[in-house]
Ligand binder design. Sequence first.
Ligand SMILES: Cc1ncc(COP(=O)(O)O)c(C=O)c1O
Length: 225
Amino acid sequence: MLPFLESEFGNPNSIHSLGQRARYAVERARTHVAELIGAEDPSQVIFTSGATEGNNQVLSSYPNGAVSPFEHSTVREPAAAFGLELLGSEDLLIIPPKKPFELISCMTVNNEIGTIWHPGQLNYSAEHVHSDITQAVGKIPIDLTNLSFATFSGHKFFGPKGVGGLYIESTAPKVLFFGGEQESHVRAGTLNVAGIVGMGAAAQIASDELDSSYARAKKTSEHCS
Ligand SMILES: Cc1ncc(COP(=O)(O)O)c(C=O)c1O
């Protein structure tokens, strides 16, 4: 990461060699992040400023959607702002919706009490399922099966702050930031190269250490239950 703060000032969208070195580093980071979250192809990962941005982008695309009652404020508040419904709950179970939605959003690991849900297995009538996987990445294996979208932040697996990703299975959500062709036209704006490279390095380490991190998380969970 440090060379991209000290001397490697290229913009990955520039065609000169300095730019292309930055592009190479960004794509390498994309591969490491894709591997950590279990994406089939690195191109399914879009770099963002973090989970807040990704959550806003996904939820703003599907006003005919619903969110679980256990979500972080970065899902709950945009859901309210964009007119999505809030699902009910019984203890820590989500009450299945009685009507179909275009999108259901359910986090994978809760940020307060660590409860784990399996959004891809909910089997609700929804065209798309989104999961905020922020608290799961690097701690438990991620299962992207049946998910259209997943969102996360690099700093939760010891990358730098202010950088994260949006996983897109196949159909991109609506554009939130217009004005540039970066990130396959899904997210305009010059890439945060140093942040992305730092997150890529953190992802590589997190993948290598996933077995022990998962074992530690399970032990903590058993201790607390
Ligand atoms: C579950 C969850 N979602 C989203 C966020 C927001 O992340 P960021 O502030 O990096 O965008 C957090 C941050 O704590 C979180 O725990």
